[in-house]
Design a protein around this ligand. Sequence first.
Ligand SMILES: Nc1ncnc2c1ncn2[C@@H]1O[C@H](COP(=O)(O)OP(=O)(O)OP(=O)(O)O)[C@@H](O)[C@H]1O
Length: 256
Amino acid sequence: MALAGALTMDRLLRMNAPRLHSCLRSGTHSSSRLSRTRNNTTQFTRTFFTNPSRAQQYSAQRILPLNHHGRIPASPTHQASRPTKGRFTNHAGSSRTTPLLRCYSSAAASLSSDFRHSHPHPAPAPPTLDASSLDNTIISQAPLQLSTEQQFLMQQVLHNKKSVFFTGSAGTGKSVLLRQLIENLKEHYKPGQVAVTASTGIAACNIGGCTLHAFAGIGLGNGTVDQLMVKLNENRRAKARWRKTKVLIIDESKFS
Ligand SMILES: Nc1ncnc2c1ncn2[C@@H]1O[C@H](COP(=O)(O)OP(=O)(O)OP(=O)(O)O)[C@@H](O)[C@H]1O
């Protein structure tokens, strides 16, 4: 669930229990206000508490410029976009009570009144976002082109089936290579054949794996090798994991 705009946790906590419950169940909440800010400008905000799926389903964000009086202009376009209490229109044209994730703000609201008096003409309105163009927008990441060194290591693991240990200074691209390696290995091997582990829980979370100790089924790893082997033998699931694993990845290993 996302908390958007000016709706604060404080406001949520001040809701009575049934209303809060209904908001959380529907994943929505809206509030609107016209407020005078510290620098004596007026700003209208309408904020919504919504869940990400609803935010994707409907309009995402719309910015309305305020006029030089600090009000929402009454032009037909803007009038149409102004919210009417409790009802909203999605861009398919149907009106519904489900709030959208919207935010009304203005560049004008950030101008001081002194500035306005010294500039009798209102500042040019900032471009209005077309809400429909924001629907279902996914900010995609362009795939990284691995460097020659990274490609070499990838080849060694994927095609030459070598066991490799790679290390380097901070920012040399180890994590990028490791993530790409895991992705490629998972495509090459069957589920369960690539074990992704790390020496610490945090490092394991970063790569979507588990700790080496958890994978190995040896608890805290205290005891001699023989004792740990006995422990492992008693753990059927861990034994099965070991047998199935073809590639073992250990991030942040202590071998260096
Ligand atoms: N092949 C690449 N092409 C473009 N950018 C890259 C490439 N490899 C790494 N980078 C960028 O370099 C930066 C550092 O990479 P990365 O986090 O993988 O380094 P690292 O060696 O794991 O660092 P650290 O040891 O601090 O965790 C990141 O911003 C990453 O996106």
